[in-house]
Design a protein around this ligand. Structure first.
Ligand code: 9MR
Length: 445
């Protein structure tokens, strides 16, 4: 599906013009800022922690959740044919209670796979059946409730070749198409994603992914999107991230940042946190810059719920909130990147008429032209009717002409441009007899 239209979609045209304003809405929840910019902002969550402040923050700030572990094969089908939905249900129920969408993660992956699958002895047909049964059962269970499914996760080696998981080794590349077709049949409305890491920038692995997606699409495999995990290292956001997202989008699929975190060597310092803020903003901007980027998910929103310290000893502080659920500079980085764009509004123009001085038969008048709009005025004209036969005889700072009772004043070359909120003034001498009432209306264009 193409990026959803939202209440804020009207701002997209302005976004395309690059008119991002300051982060004046920094207090608005990230989910609202993201919605106004036409993307979703998600987080991985741990279902068992969804109470108290952790739950409140997840609900307030994010409009999408991904179960960190609860939908993986080892969690839902630890024994063949015996399914356990408790953990996954908890996350889906939470999302629905808080108006959030769910990224289902993940159906076919070489990791967190029960040993009955990974250590089994399989004929190709038997493994294919086991795999498609698993996909069909899980997708059917949540039919209509999952927005995106990571159907196949991490299918590639670092050099872009097919990972020789039990699936790759037994079935070759064909398992990917079979998994996608089974998912499509079970829930035609869900967006089906292929997801991997270290494919974020241009390189051998993302080239392999690109070629794989091309082949799958050519075969008619229902791939709707490609997920880029973006488990990044401080200061190393790939400079080619946006270009890479764009080339996949140009294949006709959606893209999403699915597992963003940015790790650093501990301890965190102010300088590192400032760099991390810039990195989070850069990734967010890359997604915003690509129309088919559906959204961005952080892989845990708090440092207290991040996989990094366990997997990379000595590293951490990878998420937008610290361990006490205080927002870090990275949070502001996301918020600033998502800040509302200021659409170029029309220029406004009002004109005010005053009599500066008056004597027998003559007077000096002045008109102030004010730009009450949000874009510069690039030339102005003021028109009025004299009610009592007054006649302009001389003017300065404008070209003033009079035909009958109708007066027209136009800017000169040096005062035609009036910035938003600014003004220009011109003056004139005129004659009067009997009475000198001001014009009822001045029209400024
Ligand atoms: O966040 C997940 C962590 O709790 C698990 O221990 C780990 C096991 O591999 O998986 C983590 O999530 C992974 C995700 O499912 C796929 N991409 C890499 C993520 C980090 O390892």
């Amino acid at each position: 599906m193409f990026r959803r239209l939202t209440a804020g979609a009207a701002l997209l045209a302005a976004a395309a013009l690059g008119l991002a304003g300051p982060a004046s809405a920094a207090d608005a929840p990230l989910r609202d800022l993201a919605d106004a910019r036409g993307i979703y902002l998600g987080t991985a969550v741990t279902g068992g922690k969804l109470t108290g402040a952790y739950a409140d923050t997840a609900a307030a700030q994010f409009d999408s959740v991904t179960p960190g572990n609860e939908m993986k094969w080892g969690s839902v089908e630890p024994v063949r044919g015996q399914f356990s939905w408790t953990g996954a249900d908890r996350v889906v129920d939470f999302a629905e209670a808080h108006g959030q969408r769910v990224r289902g993660h993940t159906l076919v992956w070489h990791s967190q796979l029960p040993s009955w699958v990974s250590n089994g002895t399989w004929t190709p047909d038997a493994l294919r059946t086991v795999m498609t049964d698993h996909v069909t059962t899980e997708v059917s269970r949540y039919k209509g409730r999952i927005d995106h499914w990571d159907v196949v996760n991490e299918p590639l080696n670092e050099d872009g070749t097919l990972r020789q998981s039990v699936f790759g080794a037994t079935l070759g590349e064909s398992y990917i198409g079979d998994a996608f077709r089974a998912a499509r049949a079970a829930d035609p409305a869900a967006e089906l994603y292929l997801n991997d890491y270290s494919t974020d920038g241009l390189g051998a692995k993302s080239d392999g992914m690109y070629a794989l997606v091309e082949r799958l699409l050519a075969q008619g495999v229902p791939v709707d999107g490609v997920g880029f995990q973006a488990h990044l290292i401080l200061g190393q956001v790939p400079s080619t991230l946006e270009a890479n997202l764009r080339r996949f989008a140009d294949l006709g699929v959606d893209v999403a940042i699915t597992e963003l975190d940015i790790r650093m060597t501990l301890p965190a310092t102010d300088a590192k946190l400032a760099q991390q803020k810039a990195d989070y903003a850069a990734v967010t901007r890359a997604c915003l810059a690509v129309t088919r980027c559906a959204g961005l998910t952080v892989w845990g929103f708090t440092d207290s719920d991040s996989w990094i310290p366990d997997f990379f000893p000595g590293q951490g502080a990878a998420t937008p909130y610290d361990e006490n659920l205080n927002p870090k500079p990275a949070y502001a980085g996301i918020a600033e990147a998502l800040a509302p764009v200021t659409p170029p509004g029309p220029a406004g123009c009002t004109a005010a008429y005053t009599v500066q001085s008056q004597w027998g038969g003559g007077f000096t008048g002045q008109v102030t032209v004010r730009n009450t709009g949000t874009a510069p005025l690039t030339g102005w004209k003021v028109v009025w009717e004299y009610p009592a036969g007054q006649r302009v005889t001389q003017a300065w700072n404008a070209t003033v002409t009079q035909t009958g009772t109708a007066v027209t004043a136009a800017n000169l070359s040096y005062n035609g441009t009036v910035p938003a909120g600014g003004s220009a003034t011109f003056g004139f001498n005129a004659s009067w007899t009997g009475a000198n009432p001001p014009p009822a209306v001045l029209t400024c264009t």
